[in-house]
Design a binder for this molecule. Structure first.
Ligand SMILES: Cc1ncc(COP(=O)(O)O)c(C=O)c1O
Length: 493
């Protein structure tokens, strides 16, 4: 029998780790180091409690935990022993001499990570750092009081109705109904709530739709400049992603047709309202051609309408999905640009069978989204708060857009070209051939300003003489500071 004083257990009363867990960790440590070998008897609980000057119940609790984890075994009347079949003991990491616990998790696991890592450029927001993002809203403008009220009400009413358990993977019916009505009234679709599945942001919608529409070896078409997380979602589903060119009117549909004549295309991903990243609107003839190619060659169209609400000078063109009587379009929308990317609400609209399949996929990765948020946002939509917020921010963003355009002309004059975006929250700036935009981005980073160079969006990663610059998240004063810094980076590249 091991004598209690032979154990190296130091109890730290000031530690935030409960005393029984400190005992557990210390005993595991002793076993791992081989100081107490399998089969060895441990001191009785009363004796150890006396030595450590702790309550006996604390030692009993520690022994119970160690037994449950498989480190100890108890034999009735005989006592407690170090288990003969110890849990797997991993390679030792250098210990912290004070606590005897491993200093930190290893950086590299001892198992293999399957597949390739997705190539997705991200700018992480940093305090006091200026960033031209890829077109985010200014969340300082959110109707937070109304949102907070709606959250509170949803949480309380759902708790009272015992409705905070598992629910419909398609999302709360109230929100699906509100989205369905909004799509029918504002965007010309013909949906019911059964044609809508909520997701956590439109990114999840893209990922799930990619899984459902494309399998190993299937061909999926995007544009040469496109939204990297969409491209990567199709690649991770096993698809071969093929890129076609684009011009000032959107996707080169003639190039798509050439591909369709050579191979079977499973799906085409497009952002026709504001092409991502170049911001251009796909013109009507291309839309009609795209839909007829989908019918002729039998591919699915994934229409990502990520910022439909923002159209400054004209009524928005209706989505492809509004002119699709045969159910070829999986239409994806988001609340991120109109409310906030933190409110993770996206949705898929499509034929019921697609929605039901998507819902089954969701049960594997998320189960059911965030029903309290869904109910709260449904209330905001029904009360007209989302509508009035849209009207309010639209005016502000037009001012910011115009201010940014003026500053760009003033500071860059003929060094850049751009078209004033009719909608959306970003500019696509084209630089002269001699400008190394990637080098300029690095120079900008050094002086404290971030931006997204065109190469980030390219399917081949080649240098692109352009950059996408979001303007809406900054006030006009902030835009002024950011543009001056941009000019500094341009000069110093
Ligand atoms: C083109 C495009 N699609 C989808 C998304 C995903 O947005 P969210 O998941 O926040 O709805 C974004 C985000 O910036 C985007 O730019």
């Amino acid at each position: 029998m091991l004598r209690p004083w032979e154990f190296k257990i130091i109890i730290r009363p000031s530690s935030r780790t409960p005393v029984y867990l400190q005992i557990v960790h210390a005993i595991i440590d002793e076993i791992r180091r081989g100081r107490v070998e399998p089969g060895r008897a441990l001191p009785g609980t009363r004796e150890l409690a006396r030595t450590l000057d702790v309550n006996r119940k604390t030692v009993v609790q520690a022994y119970d935990e160690l037994t449950a984890q498989g480190w100890l075994s108890t034999q009735e009347t005989k006592g407690t022993f170090v288990s003969l079949n110890l849990p797997a003991v991993g390679p030792e990491t250098p210990d912290d001499p004070k606590t005897k616990r491993p200093r930190r998790m290893p950086d590299v696991p001892s198992f293999r990570l399957q597949g390739r890592e997705p190539k997705i450029p991200v700018i992480l927001p940093m305090r006091n750092r200026v960033a031209f993002d890829d077109g985010e809203p200014d969340t300082r403008l959110l109707p937070v009081a109304a949102l907070a009220r709606a959250y509170r009400q949803s949480l309380i009413s759902m708790a009272r109705q015992n409705a905070l358990g598992y629910g419909d993977p398609r999302g709360r019916i109230e929100l699906r109904q509100a989205i369905s009505t909004m799509l029918n009234v504002d965007r010309g679709l013909t949906t019911t709530a059964d044609n809508i599945c909520m997701t956590r942001g439109s990114q999840m919608a893209i990922f799930v739709v990619a899984r459902v529409l494309a399998g190993r070896g299937d061909t999926v078409v995007t544009e040469t400049l496109s939204y990297p997380p969409a491209r990567e979602s199709f690649i991770s589903a096993g698809a071969d992603v093929v890129a076609v060119g684009l011009d000032d009117h959107g996707m080169r549909v003639d190039e798509l047709e050439t591909i369709c004549r050579k191979k079977r295309v499973a799906a085409v991903y497009v952002t026709p309202h504001h092409q991502f990243p170049t911001t251009v609107l796909m013109k009507v003839e291309r839309r009609i051609r795209l839909l007829s190619l989908a019918a002729q060659f039998g591919f699915a169209l994934v229409e990502d309408d990520y910022d439909h609400e923002y159209h400054f000078s004209h009524q928005p063109m209706l989505p492809l999905a509004s002119a699709d009587p045969t159910g070829r379009v999986a239409y994806i929308g988001s609340m991120s640009k109109i409310l906030s990317p933190h409110i993770r609400l996206g949705y898929i609209a499509g034929p019921k069978a697609l929605i039901d399949r998507v819902a089954s996929e969701i049960t594997m990765i998320d189960r059911q989204g965030d029903p309290v948020t869904e109910l709260a946002v449904a209330q905001l939509i029904q009360a007209g708060d989302v509508h009035s917020h849209t009207r309010k921010v639209m005016k502000i963003y037009v001012e910011r857009r115009d201010a940014f355009a003026k500053l760009l002309t003033k500071h860059f004059n003929s060094d850049i070209e751009f078209s004033l975006p009719d909608g959306g929250l970003a500019f696509w700036l084209r630089f002269a051939r001699t400008v190394d935009v990637d080098a300029m981005t690095r120079a900008a980073r050094r002086i404290g300003i971030d931006l997204l160079p065109g190469s980030h969006f390219s399917n081949s990663g080649v240098a692109i003489q352009a950059a996408r610059l979001g303007f809406a998240r900054m006030t006009t004063d902030e835009i002024q500071v950011a543009t001056r810094k941009l000019k500094e980076a341009f000069r110093s590249r």
